[in-house]
Ligand binder design. Structure first.
Ligand SMILES: [Zn+2]
Length: 201
C-alpha cells in the first residue's frame, strides 16, 4: 500500500497528530485515535494548505468526542451537515443547495427527509437516542439527495463514502426490526426515507 506518515511541518496542526496520505482515499478525511497519537488519513492528492485548513477542526471534534458524549441540539445539526458536505463530498456543492436541517418529532415511519426543491432536511427525533455515527449516516443520506434525488445506483455509490456505512446501515436495520416486532399492529417497518422526488428515507 502506498502510505507514509507525515509528522509536524504543518502550521496549526498539533504534534500528537499524524497525517497519513492514502492513495486509496479519494476525497474524504478521517481522524482516529491510535494510542498516543491521532492519525488523520487524507487523500494523497490533498495539498498542504488544504491539510492545514481541514485537519485542525477534525482533530478538535475527535478530542471533544473523546472528552464525553454530548447530545446534539438543533443548532449542531447544521454544523454537522456542513462538515459532512465538506469532508465527504466537496465535489457535489451540497452546502450551496442546503437551506436548513432540523429535528422533527413528526416522522414516525422515516428516519429523515429531504425536500430537494427547498433544500430542507429533517431528522426524526428518535435518532437522538442513537450514536452520532448513525445520525451522521442518515444526515449524509439526506444531504446526498440534494445532488441525487432518488435511490439510484449513483446514489448508493456516493453513500459508500460514509466511513461507517455498513455498520450504520446494519444498526438501523436492527432498530427497525425491533420496532416492527414490538408493533402488535404489524405495520410496515421504519424505512430510511421514501423514494419520491421530494423526500427520502
Ligand atoms: Zn433516501
Amino acid at each position: 500500500m502506498l502510505r507514509h506518515d507525515e509528522r509536524t511541518a504543518h502550521v496549526g496542526i498539533p504534534d500528537d497528530v499524524v497525517i497519513r496520505r492514502s492513495a486509496r482515499r479519494r476525497r474524504s478525511l478521517q481522524a482516529r485515535r491510535e494510542g498516543g497519537v491521532i492519525v488523520v488519513t487524507v487523500p494523497a492528492s490533498l495539498t498542504t494548505a488544504e491539510c492545514e485548513r481541514l485537519v485542525p477542526g477534525l482533530v478538535s471534534r475527535l478530542r471533544k468526542r473523546e472528552a464525553g458524549g454530548r447530545r446534539r441540539g438543533d443548532l449542531d445539526l447544521e454544523r454537522v451537515a456542513a462538515r459532512l458536505a465538506d469532508e465527504l463530498a466537496p465535489d457535489l456543492a451540497l452546502r450551496a443547495r442546503l437551506s436548513s436541517v432540523s429535528w422533527s418529532s413528526r416522522q414516525n415511519r422515516r428516519w429523515g427527509s429531504c425536500t430537494t426543491t427547498t433544500g430542507e432536511i429533517r431528522l426524526s427525533t428518535r435518532l437522538k437516542a442513537m450514536p452520532d455515527w448513525v445520525v451522521d449516516y442518515v444526515l449524509f443520506h439526506e444531504l446526498l439527495h440534494l445532488a441525487e434525488a432518488n435511490h439510484t445506483p449513483r446514489f448508493h455509490e456516493l453513500m459508500r463514502r460514509y466511513p461507517k456505512h455498513d455498520l450504520a446501515k446494519g444498526f438501523l436495520h436492527g432498530v427497525a426490526h425491533t420496532l416492527a416486532s414490538d408493533d402488535a399492529s404489524g405495520s410496515r417497518p421504519v424505512e430510511l426515507d421514501d423514494d419520491r422526488d421530494d423526500s427520502l428515507f
